[in-house]
Design a protein around this ligand. Structure first.
Ligand code: FES
Length: 301
């Protein structure tokens, strides 16, 4: 077995539940799942190779059972991209390359794949060439595709085994190991600052000024002496209510605030740090998830 795969698998417990994460990790470092890698993962988590193979085949997004070519084109065929012409782009590229989607040209140079949403919907249609994302792709750009690779070096995987954390759980039974994992997670949480702000990311967030909001939150939290970490929270799934910020604090339900700008940051911090029932001045307070669920249950009862 490949040494890299072996040392990667040592980072995962030998349990069936880790089958999919282990397959994904192996693909991250190898670029694909060879038959040998599938067998190695299956052996490691004590399942038959056929089960590993079935999971790799059925998993919708991105497990690759064929070695990719020197260059990799992935066309997003998520909903936004479909509505803006991605499938037409795909057909044109298939014609030009003389291969079906999911295949590699006979000279081993170019692989063409579909991808699920690449999380850049506001730039649809989107495609990825050798790991670089391109948005608002026009038919004219697709026609110029032979030029894409003139100066481009071959695609390579730049993920290393050390990028993966070691998952160790102590205990004789699954219940004990789960308890150990929970304790580890609790210990990590207790080392965090009191507040955590997850700012809407993705292309919608960027378009609305998420970068400025993040900078303002970090700066003003520091000026107030507030122990806080401010992170890119990715897409919150509420793109039309941006900018969205989720505030987390131990003992609180997660609070989701919508329609924020950087100008709201002083008031947001003042009220959050005040610990009061938060933020009535913000028309965009979306919900207190847990409390809303409880009160709606109470009124239903
Ligand atoms: S649907 Fe293509 S980026 Fe989201």
């Amino acid at each position: 077995m490949d040494e890299g795969v072996r040392s990667l698998l040592e980072r995962f417990p030998s349990e069936r539940t880790w089958l999919l994460p282990a397959l994904q990790a192996v693909q991250e470092i190898e670029g694909w799942l060879s038959p040998e890698a599938l067998t190695a993962v299956a052996d490691h988590v004590h399942v038959p190779p056929s089960e590993a193979s079935a999971i790799a085949t059925d998993f919708d997004d991105g497990l690759r059972l064929i070695k990719p070519g020197s260059h990799l084109i992935r066309i997003c065929t998520g909903r936004s991209c479909r509505l803006t012409g991605a499938t037409d782009h795909l057909r044109v590229l298939e014609d030009h390359l003389g291969i079906a989607c999911g295949r590699t040209t006979s000279d081993g140079r170019i692989t063409l794949e579909e991808a699920d949403c690449l999380s850049a919907c506001s730039l649809a249609p989107v495609l990825e060439v050798d790991g670089a994302c391109h948005g608002c792709v026009t038919s004219a750009a697709i026609e110029r595709f032979p030029m894409w690779f003139r100066t481009r070096r071959a695609w390579h995987v730049d993920v290393d085994v050390s990028d993966f954390p070691k998952v160790h759980a102590e205990g004789q039974t699954a219940r004990e190991r789960l308890a150990d994992l929970r304790a580890q997670a609790a210990a990590r949480m207790s080392g965090r600052p009191a507040f955590r702000f997850l700012v809407q990311g993705g292309t919608c967030g960027e378009a609305l000024g998420a970068g400025e909001l993040v900078r303002a939150l970090r700066l003003m939290a520091a000026m107030r002496g507030l122990a806080a970490e401010v992170l890119d929270g990715g897409c919150h799934g509420m793109c039309s209510a941006g900018l969205v910020v989720e505030v987390q604090r131990a003992g609180w339900p997660p609070l989701t605030f919508t329609h924020l700008t950087k100008d709201d940051v002083p008031d947001l911090l003042a009220e959050v740090a005040g610990g009061e029932s938060p933020l009535m001045r913000f028309a965009g307070v979306a919900f207190l998830r847990h409390l809303a669920t409880r009160s709606s249950r109470a009124s239903a009862g």
